[in-house]
Design a protein around this ligand. Sequence first.
Ligand SMILES: Nc1nc2c(ncn2[C@@H]2O[C@H](COP(=O)(O)OP(=O)(O)OP(=O)(O)O)[C@@H](O)[C@H]2O)c(=O)[nH]1
Ligand SMILES: [Mg+2]
Length: 453
Amino acid sequence: MDTIAAIATGGAPTAIGVIRISGPEADAAASRVFCADSGRAFDALEPRKMVLGTLRDREGRTLDHGLAVRFPSPGSYTGEPSVELHCHGSPMAMGEILSALFAAGARQAKAGEFTRRAFLNGKLDLTQAEAVIDLIDAETAAAARNAAAQLGGTLGRSISAVYDDLTDLTSRFYAVVDYPDEDIEDLQQAQIQKTLRSADETLSTLLATCDRGRVLKHGVRTAILGRPNVGKSSLLNALAGYDRAIVTSAAGTTRDTLEESVVCGGILLRLTDTAGLRDTADPIEALGVDRARDAASRAQLSLLVLDGSEPLTPEDLAAMDLAAAAPRSMAVVNKADLPLRLELETVANRFSRVVSISAMGNQGLDALETAVAELFPTGEASGEVLTDPRQQEAVSRARDAVHRAIEAMGTGLTPDAVLTDVEEAMNALGELTGRTAREDIVSAIFSRFCVGK
Ligand SMILES: Nc1nc2c(ncn2[C@@H]2O[C@H](COP(=O)(O)OP(=O)(O)OP(=O)(O)O)[C@@H](O)[C@H]2O)c(=O)[nH]1
Ligand SMILES: [Mg+2]
């Protein structure tokens, strides 16, 4: 196994920069660039304790004063002998130190290679490796909390529990297949049925978390809809916290769709501001209205904006129809700073959630946040949420196979027919945790990582 090294803190100047080294020659390579102030030999430094010293380039010239930590095997992230060097985050100085490490026999680590080694050495399973990247990429606190729980191993453990039950079950089956004269006793039959049903239940519960997982990881596609001049762009700006969109008193200001991501009620909303919906003779505006309709058709959530200071117009009613067609929708009655002239009851009859705001005065946004949080409950961050299409596909394949096994048992098919299904379920679950994952699946996962992780 090669010894690998990389800057773990990116290429920009930072207060502190970390260089990671892992592999059999980690101590030897590090000893060439780090000299403890105490004068102790590098491989005699106390494990997992930070030690002060000088960092040097390949000619032995001092480049920085910093810290080193040794992690002897197996008590390291990768499971291999590892070292971390903490220095000032100067890309130039760190580049020189790295090149000295390469001269000492280490090579540049590839993206995700440290975590990949951790996986290969059994330090974490694939669901935990995926949690590492999800944690780094998390865009909301809820997503980070869920990734942290998954990193703790919750998802891997519940999958492994099902896997182990099925292993146990197959061994019983093999006993019967090997001695065909013996029938499976009724008691055994009942037990096998019970195991299969309980596997089905666990997997179905996991599959029910897919929607929640998608929201956590990818956020909610949200269209801001309404007739011209009601304050759609003002709402976008209020949520974004800066003047993202042009706002004027002229109806038809927004022509093209405009996108911005915000965290609202703890949920990541991928907002699209749209052109005001109306019939228009202006060909450019008409194209904008087409795009607005398109955004509405793709939205998971639509925010219908109405002007509370005016009675409903036929254009409002048409916009309502469009907005109400989205899987989730909410009416946002804007301009609450002006006297109310809108027929609130008509709106409330159509939308179960109606919030009153003043986008211009930044008022009522908390009510909007609460309503969004209620529409998309993230639940507690158990980590037992399927956030990735790969995970969802594997669990779904496992559950289908378990279903077939249950059916085969019911129709009195031969034990080996049932076995085939059970083994297929186990394969799918093994892919998920990495017990039986193919190389291409593993590679695809680690390609999402950055260098140094
Ligand atoms: N009084 C009051 N005026 C508002 C409020 N929000 C927006 N406006 C005004 O309403 C007008 C239209 O606002 P926009 O945000 O451009 O409306 P829009 O729905 O994006 O309009 P189009 O892009 O033309 O479809 C502007 O003059 C805003 O200043 C509000 O809360 N109170
Ligand atoms: Mg606008």
